[in-house]
Structures are given as structure tokens and as C-alpha cells.
Design a protein around this ligand. Structure first.
Ligand code: IMP
Ligand code: MG
Length: 174
């Protein structure tokens, strides 16, 4: 059994400031054609992030990647919901909620490149560097956090907690 921490780990206000800074940094460093959110955890982050790029021609797409099944340990990666061939010849920004082992984004970025995207850069709101199992870094990172399982702002535990505006860590309740 798990319960939420007493206080949020990252408040909605801090997230807002961070997304603002991330947007500014990306605007300075990467001109992309398509922004691709990795469902489901990135849906709120995407909604906030895309509005930092108010352009007529910006393409917004989502891809489904699930690796966590019903628990907090990684399982097999499943990719669906989008034809990666749509990204051929494009500059792509891949967006996920959190970088953990690194397996999801590493595999996705490699597949997008293999499908003929001319450039692929990655952006994550959260990064747990101590959990990395493969040699992978995001190009744009919001917060580096300790090895805690976190929920809220789109992130779930077994499908729950996604709609909380702040980010909370889950603690073992025995
Ligand atoms: P990775 O492939 O291990 O880097 O896993 C990344 C995916 O695992 C993310 O897209 C999340 O869906 C999920 N994930 C990893 N850590 C957490 C967490 O602390 N809370 C919620 N989801 C997580
Ligand atoms: Mg995810």
C-alpha cells in the first residue's frame, strides 16, 4: 500500500515556472516541426508546453508507450497509436513526463530516427538520473529528482492520481 507524501514534492506553481523556462530554452535551441507527446503520462505537460510555441504550422501528435503495467517496476515497452512514418523528413521534439531507466525514450527516439526523421530531440519534465539503466540523456530537462515514485500532473500509479495539479511522491504505508 502507498500513500501520498504530506507535502507536494513540486508545487503547481513551481511546475508552471519550470515549463515557462523550458519553453524559452527550447525556443532558443531547437526549431522543430512536430512535437510528439508520449501518452499517457505526458498529457498535462504537453498541454502546458505546446502553448510556449504559438505557431500556425506546429504539428502536435501523441504516441502511446506503456511499460509499467500495474506496478512501479518496469515491464515490456509497447508502442502504438501513431504511424511513425508521419515523422519522415521532420524535426521532432519527443516529450515524456519522466525519464527513469531511460529505456522508453531511448527506444522511441531510435525508432523515430530509423523511420527517417531528420532530427530528434527529447524533453522530459522530470529526470531520475540514479535509476538509469541505459546510456541516455534528454536534451531538455525540467527537474532532476531523487529515486522516488511520483504522481500527479499527469503521472500515475496503476492508473490513479493523474489529475492532481502538484507532483507528489508515494510513500510505503506498510
Ligand atoms: P523508463 O523507460 O524507465 O525511463 O520509464 C519511463 C516511463 O515510466 C515514464 O514515461 C512513466 O510513464 C513511467 N514512470 C517512471 N517513473 C515513474 C514515476 O515515478 N511515476 C510515474 N510514472 C513513472
Ligand atoms: Mg510514460
Amino acid at each position: 500500500m502507498y500513500r501520498m507524501s504530506m507535502m507536494p514534492m513540486i508545487t503547481a506553481e513551481a511546475i508552471m515556472e519550470c515549463v515557462d523556462a523550458l519553453g524559452a530554452k527550447i525556443r532558443r535551441n531547437y526549431e522543430f516541426d512536430v512535437i510528439v507527446g508520449v501518452l499517457t503520462g505526458s498529457f498535462i505537460f504537453m498541454a502546458d508546453l505546446v502553448r510556449k510555441f504559438p505557431r500556425q504550422d506546429l504539428q502536435v501528435k501523441f504516441i502511446k508507450a506503456s511499460s509499467y503495467g500495474d506496478g512501479t517496476r518496469p515491464g515490456e515497452l509497447k508502442i502504438s497509436g501513431m504511424d511513425l512514418a508521419e515523422l519522415k523528413g521532420k524535426k521532432v521534439l519527443l516529450v515524456d513526463d519522466i525519464l527513469d531507466t531511460g529505456r522508453t525514450l531511448q527506444a522511441l527516439a531510435a525508432q523515430v530516427k530509423a523511420e527517417g526523421a531528420v532530427d530528434v530531440k527529447t524533453c522530459v519534465l522530470l529526470d531520475k538520473p540514479s535509476r538509469r539503466e541505459v546510456d541516455f540523456q534528454a536534451d531538455f530537462t525540467g527537474f532532476k529528482i531523487d529515486d522516488k515514485f511520483v504522481v500527479g500532473y499527469g503521472l500515475d500509479y496503476a492508473g490513479e492520481y493523474r489529475s492532481y495539479p502538484d507532483i507528489w511522491s508515494l510513500e510505503d504505508a506498510g
